[in-house]
Design a protein around this ligand. Structure first.
Ligand code: CTP
Length: 235
């Protein structure tokens, strides 16, 4: 069997408020980059869609993470492709173009749920009155993709939730988004060196690999893909 072609999204989106300001999510992108490296190491042709990594993150040098991913792309251009995105709309566009050519999507990106509208191309000036920022919801990219995903493709989402009720919230998200698996993480995972994830599969299976570094978890998740594909079937 030929290796699966893996598409990974990582990092935050950043939505412009005006020409100089934006709103974004806190995300280092480190887990997504680690997943891309693990996928390549396991022999999978891999595409990494990487958002604007903001720094400095307490546990890693974001520029170095970014640079290393780009360097890896240069060194092994036949195996790893890196595309950068900034906004949710850009990520949506790139996903639509790339997903049909892949077998597995691992959606680790921290996508904004809301974006400013309108977003003027000039700088909003200081005013003693202040101003009200209007936000519109962004499309749910994963749910959108799920509706057009082929039966031979596998979708893996992420859920970042308070530790209490983590599994219930992740289960609800898995159904709502129509994905084959959800990697559920407690909120404390943000900015942390380690990860203590639960992976929910179709049919109520919950995998608990235990606390480990993000690099170790990335290798574990890539090695677990055959099992995810084996038990999927919610779509
Ligand atoms: N996601 C997405 N499009 C969005 C928001 C999130 O595709 N507009 C994806 C994320 O990449 C992640 C999964 O959906 O894989 C869950 O994201 P999360 O932010 O935890 O969930 P939300 O859909 O934002 O739901 P809630 O606000 O209830 O947490």
């Amino acid at each position: 069997m030929s290796p699966e072609r893996i598409l990974i999204t990582a990092g935050p989106t950043s939505e412009p408020v005006d020409a100089v300001r934006s709103i974004t999510n806190r995300s280092s992108g480190r887990l997504g980059v680690a997943l891309a490296r693990a996928a390549i190491a396991a022999g999978h042709p891999t595409t990494l869609l990487l958002g604007p990594i903001a720094g400095p993150a307490p546990t890693a040098e974001p520029a170095a993470v970014d640079q290393t991913a780009e360097q890896a792309a240069d060194q092994n251009s036949t195996r790893l492709a890196v595309h950068r995105f900034t906004t949710t709309a850009e990520l949506q566009h790139t996903l639509a173009a790339t997903w049909p050519d892949h077998d597995v999507l691992i959606m680790a990106a921290a996508v904004a749920d809301f974006r400013p509208v309108p977003s003027p191309e000039t700088k909003i000036r200081r005013s003693k009155d202040g101003f009200v920022l209007h936000l519109e919801p962004t499309p749910d990219l994963l749910a959108e993709l799920a509706s057009t995903t082929r039966p031979d493709q596998t979708l893996i989402g992420f859920a970042l939730e308070p530790r209490a009720g983590l599994l219930d919230a992740a289960r609800e998200k898995m159904t709502r988004k129509g994905v084959d698996a959800i990697v559920a993480n407690p909120l404390e995972t943000m900015d942390a060196e380690d990860i203590d994830a639960r992976v929910l599969l179709a049919g109520g299976v919950v995998l608990s690999p235990g606390a480990m570094s993000k690099v170790e978890f990335a290798a574990w998740l890539i090695a677990t893909l055959p099992r995810v594909r084996h038990v999927r079937g919610t779509r």
